[in-house]
Ligand binder design. Structure first.
Ligand SMILES: Nc1ncnc2c1ncn2[C@@H]1O[C@H](COP(=O)(O)OP(=O)(O)OP(=O)(O)O)[C@@H](O)[C@H]1O
Length: 266
């Protein structure tokens, strides 16, 4: 069976120095994988290579056995929250409909497009918000609208860049419940700076730091993370309590402070 994503000896450089070096990676169909790594490690570059937005300096990327360009209609992509203009004056339905735009057919929607958009909105539980201005929604609701936009084209592979940035722990839990449901019919790849939600829904972790290593989540422990990131590592637990003495720390699983650019709200 063709894997969802395959990188065969892929290297990539923006300048003289390689950002990714001879990466061979297979993401099987049905996987729920999380891409992690330090700042500048090459996560975004990896995603751009998978999306076909960058071409490898050497090696080959295939999605479902095809080039990324040929497989584009099988991919749903949710960009980083910070890359979306939240003040843009559009309705929720308009945002979701953008997921139906194709290279040939731009800004013209059919009845089928609207049905698909409404169906995607119902999947993320936001049917009642379709006419609301996108800017009027909460952070968690906007994330779900962006997921609906990615789902609108009925993808086989859902790629998400930092889907839990700017959402509180309750919205994050709801989001992962939704992703877990979607994972029964599509492969999911999530980029994250935050290992705190490596839980039962995530099946494998792809560690990117110029080289790429894949681990089943069951193997993920403090020693392994230390090997990948180096240094003095700590992790703030998501079920922590705050007091005047600070946060409770889970000593068994520790991460670098550079790994926590989006600290969780208590
Ligand atoms: N357009 C570009 N031109 C030159 N260098 C780039 C470009 N984009 C990224 N880089 C460099 O490539 C390296 C990897 O960047 P990339 O954005 O892939 O890392 P990342 O793991 O996503 O980082 P972060 O966690 O900070 O978002 C970094 O050293 C970065 O400075």
């Amino acid at each position: 069976m063709e894997p969802a994503i395959a990188l065969d000896n892929v290297s990539f450089s923006y300048t003289r120095h390689p950002v990714l070096d001879e990466v061979t990676l297979t993401v099987p169909k049905g996987d729920f994988a999380m891409v992690v790594g330090p700042n500048g490690g090459g996560k975004t570059t990896l995603i751009k290579l998978i999306l076909g937005l960058l071409a490898p300096t050497s090696g080959r990327v295939t999605l479902f056995g095809k080039t990324p360009e040929s497989a584009w209609n099988q991919i749903g992509y949710m960009p980083q929250y910070t890359h979306v203009d939240m003040a843009f004056p559009v309705s929720v339905l308009d945002v979701v409909l953008m997921g139906r735009l194709t290279r040939k057919r731009r800004w013209r929607y059919t009845k089928n497009d609207r049905e698909a958009a409404r169906h995607a909105l119902s999947e993320v539980g936001l049917t009642d918000k379709e006419q609301k201005p996108f800017s009027s929604l909460s952070g968690g609701q906007r994330q779900r609208v962006l997921i609906a936009r990615a789902l609108c084209s009925n993808p086989s592979l859902l790629l998400m860049d930092e889907p839990t940035a700017n959402v509180d722990p309750a919205a994050e839990a709801t989001l992962f419940e939704l992703l877990s449901t979607l994972n029964s019919r599509m492969t999911i790849l999530v980029v994250s700076h935050d290992l705190g939600f490596v839980s039962k829904v995530v099946k494998s972790v792809i560690c990117v730091n110029k080289k790429v290593l894949v681990h089943p989540t069951s193997n993920l422990d403090g020693t392994l993370i230390n090997e990948i990131y180096g240094g003095d590592l700590r992790m703030v637990r998501h079920d922590h309590r705050c007091s005047h003495e600070g946060h409770c720390i889970n000593e068994s699983l520790t991460l670098p402070t550079s790994f926590m650019p989006h600290p969780k709200k208590p």
